[in-house]
Design a protein around this ligand. Structure first.
Ligand code: PBG
Length: 330
């Protein structure tokens, strides 16, 4: 085979130029792959930078519209809305979450009115509304499942009524997908989609997000409902169950420490798989870049294409705008 000239087969031939590399690239990113998380707060004409998420802001609804306009401009087609709830509106049953005039509901209506073609997804979970900062109703230090699911199903309907295209339950209670599908259908929202956070791990990478929404658990941790980082079979089980219960998209969260989980879930369900590149992953990269220890743009794109390689179809990421801008520049 070698006839003196060694080696005969050279992998480097396919890496000789940018055109060649692009031609043989196995995975591509595009702005429509991204879901941009957005944080909304009460007030007018204000934005607050989240200290642990440099360059990322919480917006009052009026300024959020400008931000969404910019996302649209660069080609991002979906947003995932999170609302910051004032302390005085929090209680153990997440009552404010069902208020038709609540911040989340107003935000959804306003976004859909101004940007009808933007896909609006909403976070369905009790923690931003809970006086305990937990994703369910608390009783004697325990997080109740079935009682919380009732509230969550109503929350899903309330978001759908406000105009959400998809609701995204991030609570990890058992049976919530079936309950939400049933409630949505009964209320006439047959086409409102469900993106299930199916494999959501009890992760330390949510820290900056909890700063953004002031939603850290008041006691204990979330390990009785969010998953153990040691497990992957359990993630597959959760994702399959959510698919059977009617989830339209299943999600793995966080992203970078869980690429194997994305792959395993991708191979075991037929619905699209999304990944959430969470706040701590954003913070980590930003911090290293600020110190000059990493090239921010390159590290960002490498992480994002890594999600696609692992098998993710969609990526919820705080880098949605920055990455789209770069992609448009090519
Ligand atoms: C709330 C929720 C969390 C995130 C999304 N939805 C935090 C948590 O479960 O404590 C985290 C997102 C991020 O860190 O970027 N249920």
């Amino acid at each position: 085979m070698t006839h003196g000239q060694f080696p005969y087969i050279r992998g480097r031939r396919l890496r000789t130029s940018s055109a060649m590399r692009e031609m043989v690239a196995e995975h591509h990113l595009k702005p429509a792959d991204f879901i941009a998380p957005v944080f909304v707060m009460e007030g007018d004409n204000s934005r607050v930078e989240i200290p642990s998420m440099p360059g990322y802001y919480r917006y009052s609804l009026d300024l959020l519209m400008d931000e969404i306009g910019e996302l649209k401009e660069v080609g991002v087609r979906s947003v995932l809305v999170f609302a910051k709830v004032p302390d005085e509106k929090k209680d153990n049953r997440g009552t404010e979450a069902l208020n038709p005039e609540g911040l989340m509901q107003r935000a959804v209506r306003t976004i859909k009115k101004q940007f009808p073609e933007m896909l609006v997804m909403t976070d369905v979970a009790m923690d931003p509304y809970s006086s305990y900062g937990h994703d369910g109703i608390v009783e004697d230090g325990e997080i109740l499942n079935d009682e919380s699911v009732e509230v969550l199903a109503k929350m899903a309907v309330s978001h759908a009524a406000a105009g959400a295209d998809m609701v995204a339950p991030s609570d990890m209670m058992d049976g919530r997908i079936a309950a939400m599908r049933e409630s949505l259908d009964e209320a006439g929202f047959k086409h409102t989609g469900l993106m299930a956070y199916s494999a959501k791990y009890a992760s330390s990478y949510y820290g900056p997000f909890r700063d953004a929404l002031d939603s850290a658990p008041g006691f204990g941790d979330k390990k009785t409902y969010q998953m153990d980082p040691a497990n992957v079979r359990e993630a597959v089980r959760e994702a399959k169950l959510d698919e059977q219960e009617g989830a339209d998209i299943v999600m793995v969260k966080p992203g970078l420490p869980y690429l194997d989980v994305i792959r395993a879930v991708r191979e075991n369900v037929s619905v699209p798989v999304s990944v959430y590149n969470v706040s701590g992953e954003y913070a980590m990269l930003k911090a290293a870049a600020e110190k000059g220890w990493l090239n921010e743009e390159q590290a960002m794109m490498e992480a994002l294409v890594g999600f696609k390689r692992a098998g993710a179809d969609l990526i919820a990421t705080y880098f949605a705008k920055a990455a789209s801008e770069l992609l448009n520049d090519y």
